[in-house]
Design a binder for this molecule. Sequence first.
Ligand SMILES: C[S@@+](CC[C@H](N)C(=O)[O-])C[C@H]1O[C@@H](n2cnc3c(N)ncnc32)[C@H](O)[C@@H]1O
Length: 192
Amino acid sequence: MDYVGRPGPSPVLAALFAAGTLRENDRILDLGCGAGLDAVALARWGCRDVTGVDVEPAHVAAARRRAARARLGHRVRFVEADACALQDAFGEGAFDVAWDGLLLNNLRGEDEARYARSVAHVLARDGLLALQFRVTKRAWERGAEATSPALERWFRFGPPASTLIPEHTGRPRVPPYARVAVQVGVRNARRA
Ligand SMILES: C[S@@+](CC[C@H](N)C(=O)[O-])C[C@H]1O[C@@H](n2cnc3c(N)ncnc32)[C@H](O)[C@@H]1O
């Protein structure tokens, strides 16, 4: 799959950074980083320790090229890794913040449980998991959250998702109900 992504970094991520939810000194993990738009943007905004992971070798290669072109390779690195098995690649508590820009949407069943355990392992205690996820307008109006029993086993959830933005798909005929929302304040509460 050749994932091209949005034309620019996530506006949700930009808002979190502007609000000080993510800080320049945080060790930040971008889960399912795709072609590296968000991770490289974080480095450009001043973050000094950014790591993007993706299972697709072609995406990791594209992300590395992006960082090299931006001359930000000293602040951001890209690793080919499965977000559901991060224990294989990183130590316990290796990151302060994990940013998920639409990866969780792709995971189902057992993978979601593996993801939750894996991310909890590599996040510092009280580290922040920020989730940007897709919801339908209808689900949003019913109060959709990114929570699930699998995630709640490892993370303490804060207030419900707090914003809703139109999703840029780059495809004019994509259904108008496509939206992305963010849930923050999701703190790593437990350890294996
Ligand atoms: C919808 S794309 C989002 C990419 C990027 N975060 C963005 O917002 O532009 C989902 C990405 O997750 C990656 N992915 C899917 N399953 C994964 C897994 N188990 N571990 C790591 N990355 C995964 C895909 O290869 C893809 O690049």
